[in-house]
Write a protein that binds this ligand. Structure first.
Ligand code: PHE
Length: 513
């Protein structure tokens, strides 16, 4: 029976027949300029016809690590030191002085000195109390270690077993000096069977494979000369490393969808905010500790913010000083407009919520109004595993008549249920702008723990009255950090991962949500 093979397989067979020894798959793919996967599939065809095969061998490859690369470029520390001495014409020097001149860190410096001694280039003496070194040679030729190091300049990766015995010893020296990265790889070696070696190419017929039969083939009756390519639908395709949407953006979009499905509209506001909207409109007294420098980034430029309509500014002033129309007695101090005009990087999206209340007043809007905001906020925090100085808040409000705490708990339960948390738990909390205030925790199945998510409450009359929002109209409000949810969602234990972008993890993320 004549053997039928694809053209590409015949080409590969021809090349293999000319080789006197086995060849690695990567080398052959490079030489023939074919894709590795294509080559291996051709080898599989050879295996099917008992013409060839491949075996797998483990190879150790070594390369320079980052520090090693630097020495390849600039010379080993001992070479840098000797060059420095030669350049200055110094043959004798105090160790401390040389350390200062060398600009090396102490560790590196002493490694250099130890190797100079090992090379037999210097002697050291402590005779006069200070440690001194002397050059005891005239010439400082390239050492074997240096010659070996250069090999890495020609070949980024070196295969361990291809090294001579002496080279292996030198590699060991570099390895002990922690300049080497080691990698274990499997290499595939392709060979021909005796049959493969003996078969004449002329005995082989070219197999024409097609993935479908066209109408032209049927009309011309040419279809008989083709064979249909079988598909293996169980094989996974090559892995794509294409761009994709960042997990944080995916999560934000999911949150958006949840709010939209609950009848909310999205709002956005400025990142550079006035202290007025960030604090004063929220009835936070001007000497409130949260305004202090350790929490808030105040800005030099621009350093004065525009305030809204004069009468609203005065309404806020009056509320702070004496309660205004709200029925409160206020904070009983003199409100300073200059402080309200300071510019800050918004510390919470509640500033944007306040801008929405101002718009509600200005446009004389009707209830209900349901809006949410997912946006960036800034706090002067020390960054660690669970804190960021720049993060994202998820915030929502409902302005409606006669809404109460039960409605708020219901909304939050519904939101978190849609996020995948089945149980929520609320307890009293404190915010200067809500009364009552609640802390919200959710039950996290995977850990079997309650986790605190954020704050919520009903805006105090001192916050809503200046914007004409009066009983029985109330504002339910809540807010929380997005990255905390993201940690649960994506199973990350370090919050910084979302912004330092560990590539391995990002590559594992799906392309579509
Ligand atoms: N602004 C609060 C925070 O940054 C959250 C909050 C929003 C609390 C609305 C109550 C009402 O933590």
């Amino acid at each position: 029976m004549t053997i039928k093979l694809k053209k590409q397989v015949i080409d590969i067979l021809k090349v293999l027949k000319k080789k006197s020894s086995d060849v690695t798959a990567t080398d052959l793919a490079k030489q023939m300029k074919v894709d590795y996967i294509v080559l291996m599939s051709a080898v599989n065809d050879l295996i099917d016809h008992n013409l060839g095969g491949f075996k797998e061998e483990e190879v150790f490859k070594v390369s320079l690590n980052e520090e090693g690369e630097i020495y390849l470029k600039n010379g080993l520390p001992e070479r840098q030191l000797i060059n420095l001495l030669l350049k200055k014409g110094i043959r004798e020097i105090d160790l401390e002085v040389l350390l200062k001149h060398s600009n090396f860190d102490k560790n590196l410096f002493y490694i250099g000195i130890a190797n100079l001694r090992r090379n037999g280039w210097i002697a050291q003496s402590k005779a006069s109390g200070e440690s001194k070194i002397f050059l005891i040679e005239e010439e400082f030729p390239q050492t074997n270690l240096e010659k070996f190091l250069i090999k890495f300049g020609e070949n980024e990766e070196i295969i361990y077993i291809e090294l001579s015995k002496d080279e292996k010893i030198l590699l060991d020296v570099l390895n002990k000096r922690k300049l080497i990265d080691k990698k274990r790889k499997t290499k595939r070696v392709i060979y021909l069977t005796d049959e493969g070696k003996n078969i004449a190419i002329s005995e082989i017929k070219e197999l024409k494979l097609v993935s479908k039969i066209t109408s032209e083939m049927l009309i011309s009756e040419d279809w008989e000369n083709f064979e249909l390519k079988p598909f293996d639908v169980s094989k996974s395709g090559p892995r794509l490393k294409a761009g994709k949407i960042h997990p944080i953006i995916n999560l934000i979009n999911e949150i958006r969808e949840i709010f939209l499905s609950m009848g909310f509209t999205e709002i956005r506001g400025p990142i550079i905010e006035s202290a007025f909207y960030n604090f004063d409109a929220l009835f936070q007294p001007q000497d409130h500790p949260a305004r202090e420098m350790q929490d808030t980034f105040y800005l030099k430029n621009p350093n004065i913010a525009h305030l809204p309509e004069r009468d609203r500014v005065l309404a806020v002033k009056e509320t702070h000083e004496s309660g205004g129309e709200s029925g409160s007695i206020g904070w009983a101090y003199e409100w300073d407009e200059k402080i309200a005009k300071k510019t800050v990087l918004r510390t919470h999206t509640t500033a944007t919520t306040m801008r929405r209340l101002a718009q509600f007043y200005r446009d004389n809007e009707k209830v209900p109004v349901k809006v949410f905001c997912v946006d960036r906020v800034f706090r002067n925090e020390k960054v660690d595993k669970s804190h960021l100085a720049e993060f994202t808040q998820v915030e929502g409000i409902v302005i409606d008549d006669n809404v109460n705490l039960c409605d708020l708990i219901g909304l939050l339960s519904e939101f978190y249920r849609k996020m995948g948390f089945k149980k929520i738990f609320t307890r009293p909390g404190f915010f200067p702008y809500t009364e009552p205030s609640m802390e919200v925790s959710v039950y996290y199945d995977k850990l079997g723990e309650w986790l605190e998510m954020g704050g919520s409450g009903i805006f105090r009359p001192e916050v809503t009255y200046p914007w004409g929002i009066k009983e029985p109209t109330r504002v339910l409000a809540w807010g929380q950090g997005l990255e905390r949810i993201a940690m649960l969602y994506y199973n990350r234990t370090d919050i910084r991962d979302f912004y330092i972008n560990p590539l391995k993890w990002l590559r594992q993320q799906s392309y579509f949500k």
